[in-house]
Design a protein around this ligand. Structure first.
Ligand code: UDP
Length: 239
């Protein structure tokens, strides 16, 4: 019999970049399907899965602000981008027969349900994957912060931060091949060393709520299930 999962309720954070694949912009449906298959494996292990998706493959608020436009409007555009990504990932999950609900921090009832903690917990308990769209619903935040916020609200036992590489390094390993890879760190070490894993607000919120952050590669198929089964390759951030 396979091992019981290490965590029973998780919050997966996938950036917009993850959904983009090798394209320069937008969504690669093949990649969305692959990520959905990984989530389906976690569900098959009985793990409750919430997902926060980013929007950087479509729009970031700073793009407006850097050209002299209003940052708040830019951030609204970025939050809407996350809704597009959420709908794409939900579509991929439903193709696999996985019951999925999209809950948005910004009300748009014709498209998806609005977020509330009660609705999210209800769907998770029913075995549905819940995708959180619209970030925190507020400008000047990121979807990393949304991931930490939703994880705290739902009582998730870990945040799974999907990245381009297989853990946390002392520097970008693509630019610096000699960069040191960490197996384990504390939240404080991330903040003290200024490691670019998640933004500071997200790490601080995870620390305050004693939520571990598992950093792993989104490009390696089956990693999510492997880590949940007690193996796999990742950096674990915990106190
Ligand atoms: N955003 C926001 N508030 C939030 C989350 C996101 O204003 O709570 C906006 C912000 O403009 C951000 C964009 O949405 O640049 C896309 O989110 P993010 O950059 O976190 O996406 P990722 O880098 O994960 O793809």
């Amino acid at each position: 019999m396979p091992n019981a999962p290490v965590y029973k309720k998780i919050l997966l954070k996938a950036s917009g970049e993850a959904l983009m694949g090798k394209q320069g912009f937008g969504i690669d449906v093949t990649v969305a399907d692959r990520i959905a298959a990984d989530i389906a494996e976690a569900r098959a292990m009985g793990v409750q899965v919430g997902v926060v998706v980013g929007g950087g493959n479509i729009f970031r608020g700073v793009a407006v602000a850097s050209k002299g436009g209003d940052r708040v409007t830019g951030d609204h555009m970025g939050m809407l981008a996350t809704v597009i990504n959420a709908l794409a990932l939900a579509t991929s999950l439903r193709k696999l027969g996985i019951n999925t609900e999209v809950l948005s921090a910004i009300a748009m009832p014709e498209i998806c349900q609005s977020f509330s903690q009660r609705a999210a917990l209800h769907h998770l308990e029913k075995g549905r994957v819940v995708i959180f769209a619209g970030g925190t619903g507020n400008p000047f935040f990121t979807t990393d912060s949304a991931a930490a916020l939703r994880a705290a609200e739902l009582g998730a036992q870990a945040i799974f931060k999907a990245t381009q590489v297989d853990g946390i390094y002392s520097a970008d390993p693509k630019q610096f091949p000699d960069a040191e890879r960490y197996d384990e760190l504390t939240h404080d070490e991330i903040l003290d060393k200024g490691l670019a894993v998640m933004d500071v607000a997200a790490v601080a919120l995870a620390r305050e709520n004693s939520i571990p952050i598992i950093v792993f590669s989104i490009h390696e198929k089956g990693q999510l299930a492997a880590i949940l089964g007690g193996g796999g390759t990742a950096t674990i951030v915990k106190d």
